[in-house]
Design a protein around this ligand. Structure first.
Ligand code: PMP
Length: 456
């Protein structure tokens, strides 16, 4: 086995880490951390440190680590047939079975699933399908996509543009011109503190209507949103938000993409976030929870309405000019089948709902009155704590003080992984669905200690 110091040296010399301060890493100011094993909700590094991973990797290891059922399915598939492509009608038992399982779990009006590898590429697929759809319908000018500030949809060229976080645009010449952003349904950060949730929803609707009027409805193809804003701060929408937005989109013949990369397959305590909020999407993006990240796999679920037009398009133009070498990769598909089966067999979504609810209420009880805690919010197995300098007027700490990352760091020192969300001092939690109450208690107790180390 390679020595830790050898690996750390190679790491610094050769490895380009995503979402990392490259210069700080090179100078040794960001630690090299080599993860070597994991089981249930816990991960272990090469120095023997164990942590309760209360973010499930990147909210993706939903069934928990170390599941032999999934490992064996992957191994069996690799032995029998590691790869064959899915072009021109080819498939494998695993990919076809998974498509059926996905459609069985999606809203009734959905028709087909295209498999990719990551949430980003699935959203790229979605945008291409939307453009193709409008070209086939003879409205080539209807192409712009509305996204929300603080939305997260990936970090490719188009998907990085859809993402509404400054860090993903700055110095990359993004967003691209076809993308426009609208208000996030972030009730805690409303400008007018006197607004009720209902009034705030009306305000979000007005902002959307104004944007559509400004751009022209005949130039706008689609609206993309996560049922619950994830990376932008874990923000569940106020009651009534989704039906109100959907009504505006329907009125202007604008398609709706529900980006369920985080919420799909149980994270909110229901199978899909679209069902949870009564959203009727034209496309659904899935990834993370599809395989619990045991292998990379994503998908774009296409509605009946869009599918009919796509078929018509190929009759007029020939085969769809879209495909990756690794679309519906058999190993990812085998992982997906085993993962979705496990989710059912162990009734993990029920546990998620119950323990997630417990985690959220325990977090409220423990930190709800803290003078620097402005908001605690969550849904299912998602929870966020937002820190402020002054809770009476929701003033942020200076960004340079890095209060969020400091608290996340102190929490990690205590043995629990949460995530400092990239914008604002927000500590996020998205544990595996198998979290038990004792583990939820540990997350809360240690969060209180970490907050006290940094702020008291
Ligand atoms: N959409 C959402 C809602 C996400 O949270 C993410 C990833 N965090 C993505 C898309 C992009 O997925 P990936 O990182 O697999 O490209």
């Amino acid at each position: 086995m390679l020595r830790n110091d050898q690996l750390a040296e190679w790491d610094r010399e050769t490895f380009f880490h995503p979402s990392t301060h490259l210069a700080q890493f090179a100078r040794g100011e960001v630690q090299s951390r080599i993860i070597s094993g994991a089981s249930g909700c816990h991960i272990e590094d090469r120095n023997g440190n164990k942590h309760l991973d209360a973010f499930a990797g990147l909210y993706c290891v939903n069934v928990g680590y170390g599941r032999p059922e999934i490992a064996e399915a992957i191994s069996k598939q690799a032995h029998e047939l590691a790869y064959y492509h899915a072009y021109v009608g080819h498939g494998t038992e695993a990919s076809i079975t998974l498509a059926k399982m996905v459609l069985d779990r999606a809203p009734d009006h959905m028709s087909k699933v295209y498999f990719g590898l990551s949430g980003s590429d699935a959203n790229e697929t979605n945008i291409k399908l939307i453009w193709y759809y409008n070209n086939i319908l003879g409205r080539p000018e209807k192409k712009k996509i509305i996204s929300r500030w603080r939305g997260y949809h990936g970090s490719g060229l188009m998907t990085g543009s859809l993402t509404g976080l400054e860090l993903f645009h700055k110095k990359f010449d993004l967003p691209l011109a076809q993308v426009v952003h609208t208000e996030a349904p972030y009730y805690y950060r409303r400008d007018d503190l006197d607004q009720t949730e209902e009034q705030f929803v009306a305000h979000c609707v007005t902002k959307l209507e104004e944007l559509i009027a400004r751009e022209g409805a005949d130039t706008i193809a689609a609206f993309i949103g996560e049922p619950v804003l994830g990376t932008g701060g874990i923000v569940p929408p106020p009651a009534g938000y989704w039906p109100a937005i959907q009504a505006v989109l329907d009125k202007h013949d604008i398609l709706l993409v529900a980006d369920e990369v985080v919420t799909g397959f149980g994270r909110l305590g229901t199978m899909m976030g679209s069902d949870h909020y009564g959203i009727k999407p034209d496309l659904i993006t899935i990834a993370k929870g599809l395989t619990s990240a045991y292998a990379p796999l994503s998908g774009s679920i296409v509605s009946d309405k869009m599918w009919k037009v796509l078929e018509q398009g190929t009759d007029e133009n020939g085969p769809i000019g879209h495909g990756w070498t690794y679309s519906a990769h058999p190993i990812g598909a085998a992982a997906g089948v085993a993962n979705l089966k496990l989710l059912d067999d162990l009734d993990l979504i029920t546990n998620n709902r119950e323990t997630g609810g417990y985690l959220n209420s325990a977090m409220h009880d423990a930190l709800g009155d803290h003078p620097n805690v402005g908001d605690i919010r969550g849904e299912g197995m998602l929870c966020a704590v937002e820190f402020v300098k002054d809770r009476s007027d929701r003033v942020y700490f200076d960004a340079a003080d890095k209060v969020g990352p400091q608290i996340a760091g102190a929490l990690a020192d205590l043995g629990v992984i949460g995530r400092a969300m990239p914008q604002g001092d927000i500590l996020g939690f998205a544990p595996p669905f198998c979290l038990n109450r004792a583990e939820a208690d540990e997350v809360v107790t240690k969060t209180v200690q970490a907050v006290s180390r940094i702020l008291d």
